[in-house]
Design a protein around this ligand. Structure first.
Ligand code: GDP
Ligand code: MN
Length: 396
């Protein structure tokens, strides 16, 4: 689950990671109040107004701006709140901004060289260990750094049985070219950051930039935090950070009815039981010349109610030109699924795309009869390839 920068910073702060301080605001008036409060707290008169959307590259899209007085805070907040922010990471329509984070300005006026670093914590899937990835080239696209100057990206892998060791934190500070106080601050920063990552059950931290001020403070200026969905049950406070305005509406609905649905760009809707079969079905659709419109795992109990819910979700996507239902009847019997499909189809009444059903497993032959005799625009198939060919035929 992705969360906003301000929420990510809250989590970091709770583990003692130094952050650029800020207060979230939903209106220009609230932004001014936030700025006043921050001035009392930090002494800075300058503030940065930052759009809160689940996308990076906000600076480039005009979603991060410096305000030198309260009037500018109000003006800039007014511009940013409500805008459709387009960044290299959003679609062409952009993302609607509902809130801004008003922060202290940590790039001190006259500070000729604040240092910006890149740092992320994530799982290395090859070794099965967490790693800290970091670079002296912060503040810019890490993808560009990786492409043009890969030798400037370092990694530090952590042994799960002992955790991040002191020498590793010091090596990171050393490789970032730090010495003296900055070196000490960086080892503290890295240590707290890693603890935060592990304790919060996160799947990704990306801090770009990590800033070193001229007085050697090391802090997170940005925070992209992805939490592990499977661990949310033990972090009720994090689970409450979900902002469904940022999520795909159909995916939100699917989660509410307990279906595993991922929206995709293609034209063939898929309804499958089992994640592995769902992946194989998507491959099959591609081979047949189509593009899957979604990933959908209806799970083990494909009864009429679930099938109907699945139909509803798939049909919300206007790009869907055909639906391929691919069910393996192992625990659930194929004839019951077939009846479920027929009932759901009749219940809904307005399904006007062709449907190809492949039922394989227990009672597959009875299922085929039910489908074939239903009088509906549903074609049955028993073999995988046969199903693919039928999909291709209806798309042609
Ligand atoms: P992103 O563009 O979505 O990655 O958002 P960031 O939080 O990384 O902010 C973008 C850029 O804004 C940073 O790289 C900084 O250059 C700039 N920025 C962020 N905070 C401050 C600040 O306190 N003062 C100044 N002057 N610039 C800042
Ligand atoms: Mn950033």
């Amino acid at each position: 689950m992705n969360i906003h920068e301000y929420q990510g910073k809250e989590i970091l702060n709770s583990f003692g990671v130094r952050i650029q301080r800020g207060i979230v605001a939903s209106t220009p008036k609230e932004a001014v109040e936030a700025a006043k409060e921050l001035t009392e707290l930090t002494g800075t008169g300058w503030h940065v107004i930052k759009a809160q959307v689940h996308a990076g590259g906000r600076g480039k899209g005009g979603g991060v701006k410096l305000a030198k007085n309260l009037k500018e805070v109000e003006e800039i907040a007014g511009q940013i709140i409500g805008m459709n922010l387009v960044t290299p990471q959003t679609s062409a329509e952009g993302k609607k901004v509902h809130q801004v984070l008003v922060t202290e300005d940590v790039y001190y006026p006259g500070d000729s060289e604040p240092e910006e670093y890149y740092m992320s914590v994530l799982l290395n899937r090859t070794t099965g260990r967490n790693m800290i990835m970091y670079s002296t080239e912060g503040g810019m696209d890490i993808e560009t750094v990786a492409e043009e100057t890969p030798h400037l990206i370092f990694t530090e892998e952590i042994d799960p049985s002992v955790g991040l060791q002191g020498f590793q934190a010091r090596r990171i500070a050393f490789n970032l070219g730090l010495s003296g106080n900055g070196f000490k601050e960086m080892t503290k920063f890295v240590t707290a950051l890693y603890t935060a990552y592990v304790e919060s059950d996160s799947a990704l931290f990306e801090i770009n930039p990590v800033l070193k001020t001229s007085d050697d403070k090391i802090m997170a200026v940005d925070a992209k935090v992805t939490l592990d969905d499977n661990a949310l049950f033990r972090h009720k406070d994090y689970a409450a950070m979900r902002d469904i305005r940022e999520e795909n509406a159909v995916e939100v609905e699917a989660r509410e009815v307990g279906l595993n649905y991922v929206d995709l760009d293609g034209n063939v809707g898929c309804m499958v039981n089992g994640a592995g079969l769902a992946m194989a079905t998507m491959d099959l659709i591609k081979q047949a010349g189509g593009e899957p419109a979604n990933f959908l795992d209806v799970g083990g109990t494909a009864d009429a109610k679930r099938v109907e819910e699945a139909f509803r979700l798939i049909l919300k996507d206007e790009n869907v030109k055909a639906i391929l239902i691919n069910i393996f009847g192992g625990i659930v019997r194929c004839d019951r699924v077939a009846q479920g499909i027929v009932d759901a189809y009749k219940n809904m009444g307005n399904i006007n795309v062709p449907i190809i059903v492949r039922l394989q497993g227990t009672n597959a032959d009875i299922a085929k009869e039910i489908i074939d005799n239903s009088g509906l625009d549903v074609q049955s198939a028993i073999e995988f390839q046969e199903a693919a060919d039928k999909v291709q035929a209806v798309l042609a």
